[in-house]
Design a protein around this ligand. Structure first.
Ligand code: PRX
Length: 642
């Protein structure tokens, strides 16, 4: 990466640099006093109760926590509504006419919705949902581009429905005619029509017009409805349904170590408290901020830190529909300049791509409105941290590297920017009230050194279960060291100052550009193809994406009969995986091999495959059935991808 050799960076790249909070930042920060850690440690329940008290409850809770390891109930007996906390609360107060959503589409069209606008549209759409017969227990699916209607749909569901979820038994699908990506219009409705054909439970489809594209859209009478027509007729007032603190808010599917994604269940009260508190304290949100989290709303980062956390804080949230390199590689920096964005929260994979594109792109723009930078999704290497700090933050903005997971719901390990001295590459310390440890396999806590990251106390935004699989919840997360200790699946080390350094997954989950993918999932998708006999998938290091997907495939006899090139077959398999899982799971490399390396007992040796994919010298092969075949496999891989 050319920019790392940049003369401006030499001084910053010295080892052991530490960055104390800048004095002017600290002077105005929401938290500048480290005693918040001691307060939370003394009585974690009182600490969370204090923050929960800043939200609006229609009935107060009787107990902050009921903990029957590994099952937690938070704010027991309390009632509240997420949409009321994100909207009504602000509309009744001084934020009524404040911008809630500032949005720019990829072609450059712009929209701003105040808190009052958003409140009215969410209320109207909640009435539309009721009018379509959607009621408690029904499921709503959303297949939408990053447009304000996505936020409206989510909050309208939170306002009026309980127990909704987005699996394939949905009765309503909300979609759009299309969405922009790199200048092309993705025909979302057409794709949705194909999907809905296989889902008999869908009774209604609501279609949002993504502005005058004049694209031909097939409307199926009786099933499909234009959003803008329904909204014209919808009453504007809609009382919010009081939810129990433990009522389900949503389910998000995420990858695990088996072939099947897990539906992670989040509930209303604890989740809202967790996202509200972390958004406020980690991003130091103030009323004059323009806050931009670049994540897609379909992932947990978008749920927690585009929608619920910042809106519960009454923040101005910026949203951008499209690609960072459209029409040019300076789009993000142009947006920051145009909207005066003050807080930017993005992923290391994006930062590494920006580094590769070069400093001339950010240099073209005035980025002086920025005051805080955030990173999430994968370990950030110190070089990327320093580049971000210097070229984007102008040596002025603290960088908060935030570690968390779909399961944790909210940020767990992170600096507090007005308090914490930063070390590039370290997520620093557990958030107040969170208890994290490094443990060895046996479960002994390691004070200084490396091991497995564990969370040793419940927290409000924690997952409440895996949808439809209560046994897996216990086994997967709470069984390794007793029922009160949560196993994260991440490796980490702790230094002598008590700082945490995240090292990546220790299981068969890989992290491609900040997105979690189970190797088993990709393997299942590959063997689902009629030409494939067997497949093994591993992650290999990748300069920009963190990790890339390498697949080793054995074809069925007679497939490679010379009528098609192996390249064509590989492309067909890649497309098959994209169709089954999504574009993010497209294998980067596919290597065909007549046999996969196996131990004498028949287990595929993934460690070896990883070494092959990373071009490393092959280690111990004594348990291997056929080591000559492995040498050959390695030579083939190097020839193809080396
Ligand atoms: O391995 C960790 C990595 O992402 C995993 C969680 O992925 P997901 O559930 O998709 O949530 C991503 C957004 C929170 C973790 O197990 N991860 C996430 N943030 C970091 C990280 N690794 C290192 N540093 C981070 N800041």
């Amino acid at each position: 990466m050319a920019d790392l050799k940049h003369p401006e960076l030499e001084d910053l790249l010295r080892e052991d640099r530490a960055f104390a909070p800048p004095a002017d930042f600290q002077a105005r920060a929401n938290v500048a006093d480290p005693s918040i850690y001691a307060e939370a440690e003394r009585d974690p329940e009182a600490f969370w109760g204090r923050l929960a008290g800043e939200l609006e409850w229609s009935r107060g809770w009787d107990r902050v926590l009921d903990w029957q390891p590994p099952h937690a109930k938070w704010f027991v007996g309390g009632k509240l509504n997420a949409s009321v906390n994100c909207l009504d609360r602000h509309v009744r107060g001084a934020r009524r006419n404040k911008a809630a959503l500032v949005w720019e589409g990829e072609p450059g069209d712009r929209r701003t919705l105040t808190y009052f606008d958003l409140y009215r549209q969410v209320s109207a759409f909640a009435n539309v949902l009721k009018g379509l017969g959607i009621k408690k227990g029904d499921r709503v699916g959303m297949y939408l581009p990053l447009i304000p209607e996505l936020v409206i749909s989510m909050l309208a569901c939170a306002r009026s429905l309980r127990d909704r979820m987005n699996d394939m038994k949905a009765s309503l699908l909300i979609t759009a005619d299309g969405g922009y990506r790199r200048g092309q219009i993705v025909p979302l409705k057409q794709v949705a029509d194909e999907a809905v054909a296989d889902v008999p439970s869908i009774k209604n489809v609501v279609v949002i017009q993504r502005g005058g594209q004049g694209m031909p859209v097939h409307i199926k009478e009786g099933r499909d409805h234009w959003y803008h027509r329904l909204m014209q007729e919808a009453p504007l007032a809609c009382d919010a349904e009081p939810m129990d603190a433990e009522d389900m808010l949503y389910i998000l599917y995420t990858s695990g170590t088996t072939g099947k994604p897990k539906g992670i269940v989040h509930t209303t009260g604890g989740y809202l408290v967790g996202t509200y508190a972390t958004a406020k304290l980690v991003f130091d949100l103030r009323d004059d901020d323009v806050y931009w989290c670049t994540a897609d709303i379909g992932w947990v980062t978008g749920h927690s830190y585009v929608v619920y956390g910042p809106l519960a804080n009454g923040a101005t949230v910026f949203m951008y529909e499209g690609a960072p390199d459209w029409p040019q590689k300076d789009r993000f920096w142009a947006l920051i300049e145009r909207y005066g964005i003050t807080i930017l929260y993005t992923a290391p994979t994006a930062i590494r791509a920006f580094m590769r594109w070069g400093t001339e792109w950010p240099r073209r723009h005035d980025l002086s409105s920025l005051r805080l930078l955030g990173s999430v999704g994968e370990p950030i290497n110190p070089e990327a941290w320093i580049w971000y700090y210097h070229f984007i933050g102008g040596d002025r903005c603290p960088v908060v590297d935030t570690w968390w997971q779909t399961e944790t719901g909210a940020i767990m390990i992170t600096p507090l920017p007005g308090v914490t001295t930063l070390k590039p590459g370290s997520a620093t310390r557990p958030f107040p009230g969170i208890s994290a440890e490094i443990r060895n396999e046996r479960g002994d806590a390691i004070e200084v050194g490396g091991g497995l990251l564990a969370l040793t106390r419940p927290w409000p935004a924690m997952l409440r279960g895996i949808y439809g699989d209560p046994r897996r919840y216990v086994q997967q997360y709470w069984s390794k060291w007793g029922s009160g200790v949560y196993v994260t699946g991440d490796g980490a080390k702790r230094d002598a100052d008590g700082y945490f350094w995240l090292l990546g997954r220790v299981d068969d989950v890989i992290n491609v550009a900040g997105h979690r993918i189970g190797t088993m999932e990709v393997e299942s998708a590959l063997v689902d193809h009629p030409s494939v006999a067997e497949a093994a998938v591993v992650g290999r290091a990748h300069e920009i994406k963190g990790q890339a997907i390498a697949a080793f495939v054995t074809l069925k006899d007679g497939v490679a009969d010379g009528t098609r090139s192996t390249k064509d077959i590989a492309n067909e398999l890649k497309e098959h995986v994209v169709k089954k899982i999504g574009a993010i799971a497209r294998p980067d490399d596919i290597l065909f091999t007549p046999d996969l390396p196996k131990t004498r007992s028949g287990k595929i040796m993934r460690r070896l495959l990883r070494d092959i994919a990373e071009g490393k010298a092959l280690g111990d092969m004594t348990t291997l059935a056929d080591s000559a075949a492995v040498e050959k496999l390695k030579a083939n891989y190097e020839e193809e991808y080396g």
